[in-house]
Design a protein around this ligand. Structure first.
Ligand code: UD1
Length: 361
């Protein structure tokens, strides 16, 4: 059986790494049918620190091809990907196309495959923010509606699909990011020198990530976030590995001064990120994945958005969703504390279930 995996952006490399390990395990154990996995990298993320470092560090098989699509407006970027992925599907003739999450690369992979009648497996299916202004929400909804096999991380995701009339071949398998947090949590403890390199004390800093278009491309929201973080920084060091999109916007809006109290560093590798997450006192983020990683590592989270797909983290008291208002951000960081345990994300073997479900479908 041949699987063509389409990836392109940072969080997908992490998820694909876990499933590629499961494919290798499946083959090593001599299970039938044997699986050949070929990876198509769309090139959506192209800076070495946003892409290659993940392939190196996580032993992801080298991509069979990199489409080098790079940045651009959504339509142009997605269109270029569609054209490239279609060619790869036609020449490589996979039995399945495997896509992850909600990026433009996800949608392009799913759409190209569905139009060629190649079955699509979507990992992280059924997530919804119900905010159609997010490009990710459009990508998720469309991808789910052309997918053959819908692999959901939570029961809430299964219910979201049911509301849209999608009930066939839907499975709650747990969260491959939880698998990653277990494997890389251990590795990070042994291998990462991030704390020492950045001179940080365990539980003595706030860790920040912020890259969503809704925050970075809106001067008022980005300003509010920087002001809120600066207020936090008056009492607790704030470390912020800055996504290239955010760095560009800070310069463009002339916000360098408003960010002066914040310790801005280059994007970090996954192993270093996990280490920084494990040892943070609080995590402040607008990323989907990082909200859950905070919980996986037992760290309270403050989310810089107006809604979240990961509703369990809020219900269990780990996550406060506060938007981009400076006062609310500072107040939420001050009262952030651990919550109750969440049973939703599986047992650390979701990646193996991805392989099992594809093989069994
Ligand atoms: C994308 C995903 C988002 C995901 C995020 C993870 C979409 C619509 N969004 O957002 O869901 O959470 O990846 O990081 O697919 N850039 C660089 N170097 C890079 C990559 C990007 O400089 O390696 C710059 C580009 O100039 C681009 C900007 O960052 O204009 C945004 O990149 P893009 O891939 O459009 O979206 P992300 O913000 O990374």
């Amino acid at each position: 059986m041949k699987i063509l995996t389409v990836v392109g952006a940072r969080p997908q490399f992490v998820k694909a790494a876990m499933v590629s390990r499961a494919v290798i395990l499946h083959n090593r154990e001599g299970r039938s049918p044997g699986i050949t996995e070929e990876i198509v990298h769309t090139g959506q993320h192209y800076d070495p620190g946003m892409s290659q470092v993940f392939f190196d560090e996580m032993s992801i098989p080298e991509p069979a091809v990199n489409l080098e699509v790079g940045s651009g407006p959504h339509g142009e970027m997605t269109g270029r990907m569609l054209e490239g992925i279609e060619k790869e599907i036609l020449s490589r003739e996979p039995d399945w196309v495997l896509v992850y999450g909600d990026t433009n690369s996800t949608l392009a992979g799913a759409l190209a495959a569905a139009k060629l009648h190649v079955p699509v497996a979507h990992v992280e299916a059924g997530m919804r923010s119900f905010n159609k202004r997010m490009p990710e929400e459009i990508n998720r909804v469309l991808t789910d509606h052309v997918s053959t096999l819908l692999l959901c991380p939570t029961r809430a995701a299964v219910a979201n699909l049911a509301r849209e009339g999608i009930t066939r071949n839907v499975h709650a398998i747990g969260d491959v990011m939880y698998d990653a947090s277990l494997v890389f949590g251990e590795i990070a403890g042994k291998r990462s020198g991030a704390l020492e390199r950045l001179g940080l004390a365990a539980k003595g800093y706030a860790l920040v990530t912020c890259h969503r278009a809704e925050n970075t491309d809106d001067a008022r929201r980005l300003g509010g976030i920087l002001d809120g973080l600066s207020r936090v920084a008056a009492g607790l060091p704030v470390v912020f590995p800055v996504h290239p999109r955010t760095r560009k916007r800070i310069a463009q809006f002339g916000y360098e001064d408003r960010a002066r109290a914040i310790r801005m560093v280059e994007p970090v590798s996954f192993v270093d990120m996990v280490r920084l997450e494990q040892k943070a006192r609080v995590i402040v983020t607008d990323s989907g994945g990082v909200q859950k990683e905070a919980y996986f590592h037992g760290v309270p989270c403050v989310t810089l958005r107006d809604e979240t797909e990961w509703v369990e983290t809020v219900e269990a008291g780990w996550n406060q969703v506060v938007g981009a208002d400076a006062d609310r951000i500072a107040a939420a960081v001050a009262r952030a504390c651990p919550g109750r345990s969440i049973k939703e994300y599986g047992d650390g073997h979701a990646s193996e279930l991805v392989v099992k479900r594809i093989v069994g479908s």
